[in-house]
Design a protein around this ligand. Structure first.
Ligand code: SF4
Ligand code: SF4
Length: 195
């Protein structure tokens, strides 16, 4: 009771009015609440946002990764594990996953460790590794946050074939690396006579 009496006139009357004034003004402001995850398109990420990684392909579907491990060495968080293996040109075309000598047989990124800094994509000599705008990298168990090669590989676009298969060369090897390759006729995909 003594406390009530000791409050000044301003504290007793004006302060509550000022408080409700803030509430009243805010009622008419534009709502900034985002209805995530129902309305994700309201605020898209910046074009160069560092999200989930992607292992890219050449226009014929072969993988750009050569299993060199430079990305793993560049990673400050030790989040990448790579095991390379040699491509072989078997008669049935079953030994080639990338155009060069080697390919990434095992490729893992541990998103429990990754800080999405992008140093790995700077280190990659073939632009095999880039980052997408995908940011939903949460899960309810640790194992599913270790992404395997199959989780990271870019989807097959029209004209691409699922490796292994031989290189679909253009006029020469330079044409292949410039992307000027000869797409196989759909019926010939993975069949005898591949070059
Ligand atoms: S983005 Fe950074 S932390 Fe993540 S895998 Fe690449 S180098 Fe490592
Ligand atoms: S992603 Fe790039 S740096 Fe990493 S192993 Fe493959 S080619 Fe080498």
């Amino acid at each position: 009771m003594a406390d009530e009496q000791s409050k000044s006139l301003k504290e007793q009357f004006w302060d509550p009015v000022a408080g409700f004034g803030v509430t009243f003004r805010t009622m008419f402001k534009k709502v900034v609440t985002e209805q995530y995850p129902f309305d994700k398109d309201q605020h898209p990420t910046a074009p160069r946002f560092h999200g989930r990684h992607q292992l890219n392909r050449w226009p014929d579907g072969l993988e750009k990764c050569i299993g060199c491990e430079l990305c793993a060495w560049a990673c400050p968080a030790d989040a990448i594990y790579v095991e390379g293996a040699s491509n072989t040109d078997l008669p049935d075309g079953s030994g080639r996953f990338s155009p060069g000598e080697r390919y990434g047989r095992v490729y893992q990124i541990n998103y429990l460790r990754c800080i999405l800094c992008g140093l790995c994509i700077e280190a990659c000599p073939t632009r095999a590794l880039t980052m997408t705008n995908e940011y939903e990298l949460a899960d309810n168990n640790r194992a599913d946050l270790i992404y395997e090669k199959s989780d990271l590989l870019a989807p097959l676009l029209p004209g691409m074939e699922q490796p292994p298969h031989p290189m679909r060369l253009g006029d020469d090897e330079g044409a292949y690396y410039r992307g000027e390759y000869s797409a196989p006729a759909p019926a010939a995909t993975g069949q005898e006579g591949d070059k």
